[in-house]
Write a protein that binds this ligand. Structure first.
Ligand code: ADP
Length: 448
């Protein structure tokens, strides 16, 4: 890129130097013409005022060549006197453009090529008071000839300007590219990049994205470590119990107990794998389209409660549904999973004889009068594998992924989540879907 930019700059510099040399040549040649005509005009005036032309004619004065040529032309256009070639006397000059102009307007100018063609002849004609025309002529080099003399100087000036501009351009390109190269070299220290004003937002953006990538990598690494750890515990148990049975060291009664343990741990593994799969699918959903359809949140909540009745009964918890139909555009399966997870938690982290109220109004709320969550953990419960009480979670079949899944499903539906909880009193988790009536004020802080 640096090379390309340098080449482009060189090209632009070369073109602009060439153009300016060309334009300067044209303008200065015009000035030169004006100067020559001004000189001829003042000479003609002087000759007229001093009556010199009559005296020259009388004396038969013949001028050496390469000097000013003076021609005197009568009113009828015939030559009365010529300082170069007396022989042209009496020839008709009335058709010469400068003579015609002088006859009509008092003054006339013209430039013609000399016979040798590399010289130009400047003609100036002036009508005298007595009606005759005094014409002055001067031979000078043509534009090319004039420039031939100054060409070496022009060439050196152009070359010098080119070199100076090219040097400055190189410096500018370097300064322009330096922060970008710095960024490419060391992505980890973007804060040290010495960026100019226009590049700052770009560097900021890259810095943020880089941080995000690093953060994501860290999360993925932690997640992999957690997953491995979570898988290891039930697998170790399964392997241990299976080994005991295989060795024939267990009695029939023990074997039965070990088989139950194996079954329970395998169930845990399955649940864990299902939750991990659900999360990874949700990662894919972010940014992709969901299979949205018009669904009734109340109806889905009713079905979830029905499914969870046996679990609630086992924990001696009462499940209650209240509210009214709420129609939203959502992915039916994901919405069901979200409500299921919230209700499942409200049952598992409850007390014997406790209640779970599922309410559908303009939002969905799952409230329980269970153990509650202390304020320091309230934000963290949405993290993957975070559990306040690990043993209680495991004992009740928790994987530590339920609320992370809830958070992802809400995000995929652009819904907001709010959590209110008091230790020993209970927990309420509410989900507010976009497009449903009430305002979102006060939801930002709790939105995960
Ligand atoms: P788990 O599978 O352990 O239940 P979750 O992601 O669903 O994982 O929840 C994370 C943690 O948040 C739980 O381990 C529990 O400590 C806490 N938690 C979730 N819901 C409730 C609730 N309704 N009442 C009290 N604590 C809860």
């Amino acid at each position: 890129m640096t090379r390309k930019m340098n080449q482009n700059f060189m090209f632009v510099i070369a073109v602009s130097i060439l153009l300016s040399v060309l334009l300067t040549a044209i303008v200065s040649y015009r000035l030169f013409q004006q100067e020559v005509f001004a000189g001829l005009s003042s000479c003609a005036k002087m000759i007229e005022q001093l009556g010199l032309i009559e005296r020259m004619k009388e004396d038969g004065y013949v001028q050496p060549e390469n000097e000013l040529r003076i021609t005197w032309i009568g009113e009828d256009g015939s030559v009365l006197y010529d300082s170069y070639t007396p022989a042209i006397v009496s020839t008709d000059h009335s058709s010469r453009p400068e003579v015609m102009d002088a006859q009509q307007n008092g003054e006339g100018y013209s430039i013609r090529k000399s016979q040798t063609m590399d010289e130009s002849i400047f003609f100036y004609a002036k009508r005298a008071d007595n009606g005759t025309i005094i014409r002055m002529a001067k031979e000078t080099g043509s534009i090319l000839q004039v420039y031939k003399n100054i060409l070496p100087a022009v060439f050196f000036i152009a070359l010098f300007s080119f070199l100076i501009s090219a040097w400055i351009a190189r410096k500018l390109v370097k300064a322009f590219v330096r922060p970008i190269a710095q960024m490419a070299d060391d992505m980890s220290h973007l804060e040290n990049v010495d960026a100019y004003k226009e590049l700052t937002p770009f560097v900021e953006l890259i810095r943020e994205q880089h941080e995000e990538v690093k953060q994501n990598a860290r999360i993925r690494q932690e997640f992999t470590a957690n997953v491995s750890h979570e898988l290891k515990t039930p697998l170790t148990a399964i392997s241990g119990y299976a080994e005991l049975i295989a060795n024939g060291m267990a009695t029939k009664k023990e074997s039965r107990h070990f088989a139950e343990e194996i079954h329970e741990n395998a169930q845990r593994l399955l649940k864990l794998i299902n939750d991990i799969l659900a999360l990874s699918e949700l990662d894919d959903v972010q940014g992709h389209t969901l299979s949205l359809e018009r669904v009734n949140v109340y109806e889905i909540a009713r079905q979830c409660i029905h499914k969870l009745e046996p679990v609630a009964a086992k924990h001696e918890v009462c499940l209650l549904l209240e509210g009214e139909p709420l129609l939203i555009d959502a992915d039916r399966e994901l919405l069901a999973e979200m409500i299921y997870n919230l209700c499942d938690n409200a049952i598992r982290y409850n007390k014997k004889g406790g209640n779970v109220w599922v309410s559908v109004t303009d939002r969905l709320s799952v409230r329980d009068n269970g153990i509650g969550i202390s304020p320091q953990y309230q934000k963290r419960v949405f993290e993957r594998f975070f559990r306040v009480d690990k043993s209680r979670s495991k004992k009740t079949g928790g994987t530590g992924l339920g609320l992370a899944i809830v958070k992802h499903i809400a995000q995929a539906h652009r819904a907001c989540i709010a959590l209110e909880s008091e230790e020993g009193v209970g927990t309420t988790i509410s989900v507010m879907f976009p497009g449903s009536a009430s305002a979102l004020e006060g939801w930002g802080a709790a939105h995960e």
